[in-house]
Structures are given as C-alpha cells and as structure tokens.
Design a protein around this ligand. Structure first.
Ligand code: EPU
Length: 354
C-alpha cells in the first residue's frame, strides 16, 4: 500500500492538515492529507485517482466520536455534503432526507419546525447526519435506527453508489454493519445521505425517567399530552444539565458502552449490588449502567493526567486541557481495570480510535 502521500492527489486535497479543531475531544494530530468533500463528484474523482488499497482513508463527520491517538498517515475525508428535503409521503409517514454533512441537531430541530415529529428524543446529540446510522445513535428511549429508512453510500473501491435499507444496516445497540467486523466496510463506503421515516401516527416517548421528570416540572398534573417540541426541550434541558458542552469542555459523549452481560453474571451482580441500574434485553441478557459502575469504582470527577471522568456523568471522559491520545488511553485503561477488578465487568470504549 502506498501510504503517507497517496500520491498523486487531486487539487482539492490539502497536505499536513491540523485536526485539532476537527475532533470534539480537542486532541492534537495532523493528517498527511485532508479533503473537505462538498460533492459526490469529488468522491468520484478520488475513486479514479486511487486504486483499492492505494491509500488509507478515514471518513470524518463531526469528529464527536473520535479519539486521535497520533498523526494519521493517510487521507482524511471530511464529509460536508449538505441539503435536506421531504422526499416522499404516504398515509403512514413522511420520508425526510439529509446530506451526510448536515449537523444532526440542526436537522432534528428543522424536522420538528416542519411539523414532522419522531426524532425529538435525539435532540442535541453532537455529530452529523451521516454518522448517525454508523453507530446507531440513541438517547432517552429511541435509537436512530428505529426512524431510519435508507441511506446512500459511495463505494470508493468501485466508484458506484449503493443503497442500504434498514435490514442491510444491521443495527444494534450503538452498532451497525459499518462497524461490524468481517464486513470490511471501514473506510470504503462514504455515506452521502440518509433518509428517515417519520411516522404520522406519532407517539410521545416519555418513558425515560429523566425526561418524565423534566416534563412533569412544566406540567405537574400530567394533564396534557406533550408535544414533540416539548419533548425536545426536555431532552435539551436534561442533556445540558448532565453532559458537558464539547465547545467548552472537550469530550466525546459516553466514552464506554453500557455493558450487556449474560443472565448468570447479571444475577450475581444484582444480588451483590441491588442498586445497580439495569435494563433487561430482549435476548435475556442484561444491560448495566456503566456510569454507575465507574462512579462506584471511584472515578467520577477524578482526573488522570490531563483527562478525567466528568463530575456530573462518570461515563463521559473529558479533556481538562492539552491532553494527548496517550492520556486518553491511560485513563481508559485505568477505569477498565478498576471496574473489572471490582465488578468483573469489561467496559468497551464507544468512540473510534484513529
Ligand atoms: N449513573 C450513575 N453515575 C453516573 C452516571 C450515571 O450512577 O456518574 C446512573 C444514573 O443515575 C442512571 C444510570 O446510571 O440511573 C444511567 O445514566 P444516564 O441516564 O445518564 O444514561 P447512561 O446510561 O449513562 C446512556 C447513553 C447516552 C444517552 C443516555 C440517555 C450509552 C453508552 N450512553 O447513558 O448516550 O444520552 O443513556 O438515553 O448508551 C452517548 O452515547 O454518547 C450518550 C451520551
């Protein structure tokens, strides 16, 4: 594989690009090559320039789920494809499409303003529309995959455009085919746009305790059915209270997945720790709150080097200033070790490491 230079390169490719402002953990790193992709034509040009395997690609959206461990000796494609539109409607649903580079939160607020509810529980999640299906973003009782209809991706290996429907995406908890091993989709498919199916028979999703509490404060008698806008506002208020704003305190949201364990491990843990927040899964396994485990292991609000676990939500790793990828890895491993020793549970990181 030709690496560093991926030579030759089209004229819209920059050399030695600084990625510090392009990742919400604010880690310092450079990319040997960098391109801001504003059109599918640019992708087609790249596919013509590079034969499969010529060049290492990394596809960057909002950089909100990314740990830069050092400089990247390949080509970073920053996907900035824009546009949003209603592309279809039937008795059941509105079909709404957005370019992969659109800001996720702005897109959600726009759908609500148009009168198409359905994504309100996912308000204020950082990142782009194109990244949403990759890790099947979720919050407060909803995952993006539940509202997903289809996406269009550009295959850098063949130069063709491919459609993925919901089944093809193989969504799971913070997971999709784009992350699963053995599918070899990494760095190959660039998501161009995503279409969501927003149901006309909308039901408010207010089962999550934090959201129910927030709504009750504004409607103490619970007399009115909340609107999608009110749910969005409740979600925004809860997130602003608990989660650090990456613009002020660099972070990547939840740093670990909530661990899903087998039923016998779950029984053992729950008899030893009855207060451990847990969520039964359809397959009989049990999901546990990693934030609780991390807090009990003594890491809430505690720092190691230039990074720490956030004081209001122990699941969020924050950069206190000037951190490196090595600092992040050291803290990750310390937290994993202490949770493993205390609870016998393995925590897996949520962000992508580059
Ligand atoms: N908890 C603690 N201590 C903590 C943090 C949490 O005891 O420091 C307890 C809470 O009291 C609660 C439980 O753990 O009983 C769950 O906490 P929370 O409601 O804050 O949610 P979470 O499980 O920590 C997940 C997602 C978030 C999402 C929220 C709300 C994952 C990895 N994280 O967090 O997603 O916003 O639920 O739905 O699934 C993200 O993925 O980046 C993210 C922020």
């Amino acid at each position: 594989m030709r690496s560093a230079s991926c030579w030759p390169w089209p004229d819209f490719v920059e050399r030695e690009a600084n990625l510090s402002q392009r990742n919400t953990l604010a880690l310092r790193a450079h990319a040997a090559l960098y391109a801001r992709v504003l059109s599918v034509e640019q992708l087609a040009t790249l596919a013509e320039f590079y034969a499969p395997g010529d060049c290492r690609f990394f596809i960057l959206g909002g950089g909100s789920n990314l740990v830069l461990t050092g400089d990247f000796d390949g080509l970073v494609l920053h996907i900035a494809l824009s546009g949003r539109a209603l592309v279809g409607e039937d008795d059941e649903a509105w079909y709404v499409r957005a370019g992969a580079g659109e800001n996720w939160h702005d897109f959600v607020q726009w759908t609500l303003a148009q009168g198409w509810p359905g994504l309100e529980n996912l308000s204020l999640i950082p990142g782009t529309v194109g990244a949403a299906p990759i890790q099947n973003i979720g919050a407060y009782g909803l995952e993006a995959g539940e509202r997903f209809h289809a996406l269009t991706a550009f295959d850098l290996q063949t130069g063709e455009t491919v459609r993925f429907d919901r089944a093809a995406c193989r969504f799971g908890y913070r997971d999709s085919v784009f992350k699963q091993e053995g599918w070899h989709l990494d760095g190959r498919f660039v998501i161009i746009d995503v279409t969501f199916r927003l149901p006309k028979r909308w039901q408010p999703l207010t089962g999550y305790a934090d959201i129910a509490r927030e709504l009750a404060e504004h409607d103490p008698h619970g007399s009115a059915r909340p609107t999608a806008r009110q749910i969005a506002d409740a979600v925004i208020a809860v997130r602003q209270r608990k989660l650090p704003d990456p613009a002020r305190i660099p972070n990547t949201g939840s740093f670990f997945h909530n661990p899903v364990v087998e039923a016998d491990t779950a029984r053992r843990l729950l008899s030893a720790y009855p207060a451990l927040p847990h969520y039964p899964q359809p397959d009989g396994r049990m999901k546990f709150a990693a934030g609780w485990l991390i807090e009990q292991a003594g890491w809430k609000g505690r720092d190691l080097g230039a990074v720490g676990m956030f004081e209001k939500q122990a699941l969020v790793l924050v950069n206190r200033g000037g951190a490196t990828g090595a600092d992040v890895i050291a803290l990750m491993q310390a937290v994993q070790r202490d949770v493993r020793e205390k609870f016998g549970v393995e925590l897996m990181p949520e962000p992508v490491f580059l």
